[in-house]
Design a protein. Structure first.
Length: 279
């Protein structure tokens, strides 16, 4: 079912509008877009039930005050249906303005996050994503809930993070608040964009997080190895996956992108002669 985007987009903001200047380390001009999705409710319900069953055994509270299952599709096979849904990938690519593909590393292709008051599951603290692009799909939002909104720092992430790293709160005027809503996904290019989930004072949220990257610019990625290690189980499988991906995908995509960039920068500047004659 194709939906008219003007009816379904609830919020949308460009990367440059969030950060306040253009950036070169990006996959596109996408900032964040929240839209009504049309994903199969039975699948979402099955993922939710399984995520609740698995919480005790598989969810961990890792760094950044986040309780989550990493590589959740390894334990909840229904997630794979969404990850590889062609219509979904096309729609997200349209929103991003560049072709997106599922993030390929098994430990962080998808996660399920559990959020609640700080003394329970917690909510993710200020951070910039390691993955280039992410889709946040609510599986459950308690009604009522106090807190739990996505908060985006409007500015340069290095400036923002130097404040939040020492426990300072950004000025409220620099924060864009995007409440989550059942039936609506949030697609964000949160690499180099500082964000968090507002602490939950009452209620809870359960979210399916599906990560993506650009096919053409697969080398644009901030998942440094120590960060993946902090997020993942300490097995070595993901190190081999990354090494192979760098060889097969990231290096060729980097070389191609550099060839296009340098060829473009060598083109003579087009000068309108009629303008010159009037100098
Ligand atoms: O669910 C949210 O509001 C944000 C989650 C987030 O930033 C993350 O999982 O990296
Ligand atoms: Fe994030």
């Amino acid at each position: 079912m194709l939906l008219n985007s003007s009816q379904t987009v609830r919020q949308s903001i460009s990367r440059e509008a969030i950060i306040g200047h253009d950036t070169s380390w990006k996959v596109s001009d996408l900032g964040a877009v929240q839209f009504q999705h049309n994903y199969n409710q039975d699948i979402l319900q099955a993922i939710k039930s399984r995520a609740l069953e698995l919480k005790q055994e598989k969810a961990h509270q890792k760094h950044l005050d986040l309780t989550f299952i990493t590589g959740a599709d390894r334990f909840i096979p229904e997630i794979n249906e969404l990850i590889h849904d062609k219509e979904r990938l096309e729609r997200l690519s349209d929103y991003a303005g560049t072709k997106l593909e599922p993030y390929p590393y098994s430990v962080v292709g998808s996660t399920v996050t559990y959020m609640g008051p700080q003394e329970q599951d917690g909510t993710v603290d200020w951070h910039c994503d390691g993955v280039p692009v992410t889709e946040l799909i609510p599986l459950d939002i308690s009604d009522p809930i106090i807190g739990g909104e996505l908060e985006i720092y409007m500015g340069n992430c290095e400036i923002g993070k130097s404040l939040t790293d020492v426990g300072a709160e950004p000025n409220p005027k620099d924060i864009l608040t995007i409440p989550h809503k059942m039936g609506y996904s949030t697609l964000g290019h949160f690499l180099g964009i500082l964000h968090r989930t507002a602490p939950i004072k009452y209620g809870h949220r359960l979210t399916l997080v599906l990560n993506l990257r650009s096919t053409e610019r697969s080398f644009v990625d901030d998942n440094r190895m120590f960060y993946l290690a902090a997020d993942s189980e300490q097995d070595k499988e993901w190190i081999d996956e990354i090494a192979e991906d760098v060889r097969v995908n990231q290096l060729p995509s980097y070389q191609k992108s550099e060839a296009i960039r340098t060829a473009a920068s060598k083109l003579p500047m087009k000068i309108d002669q009629s303008v010159r004659s009037s100098w």
